[in-house]
Design a protein around this ligand. Sequence first.
Ligand code: ATR
Length: 273
Amino acid sequence: MSDAYAVIGNPIIHSKSPLIHTAFSKQTKQKMHYKALFAPLNGFAEAIKVFRKNNGKGMNVTTPFKFDAYKISTQLTEHAEAAQAVNTLLFNSNEIYGHNTDGIGLIRDIVTNLGFAITAKRILICGAGGAASGIILPLLQKNPSTLVISNRTVQKAYKLQDQFSSFNNIIVANDNMDIAKREFDLVINATSTSLIGKSLILPRNIFASGSLAYDLMYSNKQTPFLKFAQKEGAEYLSDGTGMLVEQAAESFFLWRGIRPKTKEIIKNIRNGS
Ligand code: ATR
């Protein structure tokens, strides 16, 4: 029986992960299979148990189970610990390793694929939920000059600032007036607004010359955030397709010890195949 992998979530029907990992396994000639696994909201632990019994070697974890995955992990990587969320599980007979590859995927897309250096840049992260907390540590590890966090519920932004207090370059924006006083080289939409088709309300004139606007959500159509950024003169625009494929590549590497090539697959996903 070949090694089994899956992405688990609720809902799971729209996940691109089976497509991406099947392409990776073909490209690297690995004997494995990968499927989408739906679990009831209270059925995460049971689904994991059954999957492991059936030769399950590893899993990707998506909404709403990233915190459940964090809790069942017996060992956590630095990135999972920092995010307090796990998107990749690796099983062996005694241990459940929990990792978080979201932020690593984002960095690889920005730095390697888009050729945009983060070091010494001024960053704005909009949002302070699960997606935001997963990307903060790897961004800080690239030594930006400042990282401003802005969120509709400002207390959550302060909580993140506390969580990463060993870095002293995190600033919380209390409101849009606070943001309006600054310019940014990299603006990241980590809110769920694009997912629900809403606009994120941001002040004008915040995009510095040569800036990159990055929406963590992947979409075939330009998101309202990216439309706004384009109008405001952001020089580079990106949705989260590259991050999606790169976080998958990092999971694949953890499981199989081989790093798949991503360029072609990003192109295919972007073209809707
Ligand atoms: P995810 O795992 O996708 O990050 P989440 O943890 O529920 O999901 O976080 C959603 C983020 O989007 C939060 O930062 C949320 O702001 P609040 O903390 O104030 O709820 C933000 N968000 C959702 N809808 C928004 C809207 N209409 N305008 C601005 N921010 C919004």
